[in-house]
Design a binder for this molecule. Structure first.
Ligand code: FAD
Length: 403
């Protein structure tokens, strides 16, 4: 929508071909229906949020930055608010309001829309060199056009319409696709009894990813236990490293520090004091008070100390085992949830084959790519939508201007 609107605003006659009966199905799901549109991060932080491929976005983020995006909405009557962590949402907390502004943008610029139409291939103009000449659609004649922008999204949440067609279209044109993996996704564990924890959230903990026993990265936040393993924003954020390590055949373990404000030594002193002052109660009772109720029995089983033992009777060795569990509670990870459940798709059209100044294909003239289908994926926090909007804006502008 951003690409189509910007191209039309620049004077192009634009036809937007959409597979489903409605534009923006995925936008409606974003941010739990509230749509985390962008982030107030600096350009450098923005680029860093996309890892090693972030530099590719530099031009797009300069041409259409996060403040340009905020202005885009506010100048069209949709004010934005900023959370303390920099995440930007519409003030009314409605993704539908974001979609309505985008829709008005393309309507005001006279973009024609063809719904329920699946693009199946790109057609090329006759003559020397590869030059896009339109698209072929299922159940329809070919649509002739001087330029083609492919903005078909990734392949997660396929019911929204983005089911990986963009990669097929790009491949048909000779583009290479960096292998597709789930991004920002929940993780599965084969840990017996973990299912008992389904629905429990541990809040304000520290979470580290151990690969081959070595700490690779840590995050702070909440963890949610599910019927298959673990989820929640911090898990999603760390999932990329987990997926890469599992793909390389390395064992991966999540280590939870349940009292991140304290070191193991400090916690040992705290427990020692508390076990003395509350000596008459049992360990089971103590853990029930110290941990979410449903989590306590699971913890208890792991620490191999008789739960009926009075706190005053707990030995130094036993206390050390309890401290270790508080600071390094391990959950082995077997695999990520499937790509269909991922927030984004990692991998995509290889960046070396796209001109970052225009988003035009380096293989076929007049062919442009933007959005999630190119090989960039960012952290949670509004980065992915901003990348889609920025690359879409740049692709639309370039398609309208380049001869
Ligand atoms: C549950 C969920 C929550 C999210 N929350 C956030 C968030 O809060 N903030 C954030 O920054 N990001 C979020 N994201 C990620 C973000 O939504 C995507 O990165 C973004 O929508 C990508 O935009 P896009 O235009 O590239 O693709 P999409 O939004 O997927 O749009 C692609 C469009 O192309 C159409 N299409 C596909 N194939 C064809 C074809 N062959 N012919 C015609 N049309 C076709 C599809 O129907 C679709 O309309 C979230 C994602 C999910 C799944």
């Amino acid at each position: 929508m951003m690409a189509a609107g910007r191209a039309a605003e620049q004077g192009a006659t634009v036809l937007l071909v959409e597979k489903t009966h409605r534009l923006g199905n995925k936008v409606l799901l974003t941010g739990g229906g509230r749509c985390n549109v962008t982030n107030t991060a600096s350009p450098k932080e923005f680029v860093n949020a996309f890892g090693k491929n972030g530099r590719f976005l530099y031009r797009a983020l300069t041409v259409f930055s996060n403040s340009d995006l905020i202005n885009f909405f506010s100048s069209r009557g949709l004010e934005m608010r900023v959370d303390p962590d920099g995440k930007v949402f519409p003030v009314d907390n409605r993704a539908a309001s974001v979609l309505a502004v985008l829709r008005r943008y393309i309507d005001d610029n006279h973009v024609r829309i063809l719904h329920n139409t699946v693009v199946t291939h790109i057609i090329f103009q006759p003559g020397e060199g590869l030059r896009a000449g339109g698209v072929g659609c299922a159940d329809l004649n070919e649509l002739v056009a001087g330029k083609v922008i492919v903005a078909a999204g990734g392949m997660s949440y396929p019911k929204t319409g983005s089911s990986g067609d963009g990669y097929t279209l790009a491949r048909q044109c000779g583009h290479s696709i960096v292998p597709l993996t789930p991004g920002l996704v929940a993780l599965e564990s084969a840990e017996p009894l973990l299912q008992e924890l389904q629905g429990i959230t541990l809040k304000d903990i520290s979470l580290s990813v151990l690969v081959d026993g070595k700490k690779k990265v840590s995050g702070h936040g909440d963890i949610l236990f599910t019927h298959f393993g673990v989820s929640g924003p911090t898990v999603l954020m760390l999932s990329g490293i987990v997926i890469d390590a599992l793909a390389a055949g390395s064992p991966v373990v999540l280590s939870l520090h349940l009292r991140p404000a304290y070191t193991a030594q400090e916690l040992d002193h705290i427990l020692q004091r508390e076990f003395e002052s509350r000596g008459a109660i049992t360990l089971a009772r103590y853990l029930k008070d110290a941990l979410p109720k449903a989590f306590a029995p699971f913890f208890e089983r792991r620490c191999v100390v008789e739960p009926g033992k009075r706190c005053s009777k707990i030995s130094r060795e036993e206390r050390k085992r309890i401290v270790l569990l508080f600071t390094d509670f391990r959950i082995p990870i077997t695999k990520p949830r499937p790509i269909e459940e991922a927030i984004i798709t990692r991998g995509g059209v290889s960046l070396g084959e796209i001109n970052p100044r225009t988003m035009e294909s380096r293989i076929a003239r007049g062919l442009f790519f933007c959005g999630e289908m190119i090989d960039v994926d960012g952290m949670t926090g509004g980065y992915n939508l901003q990348a889609a909007f920025s690359t879409g804006y740049l692709a639309g502008e370039s398609a309208a201007q380049i001869q």
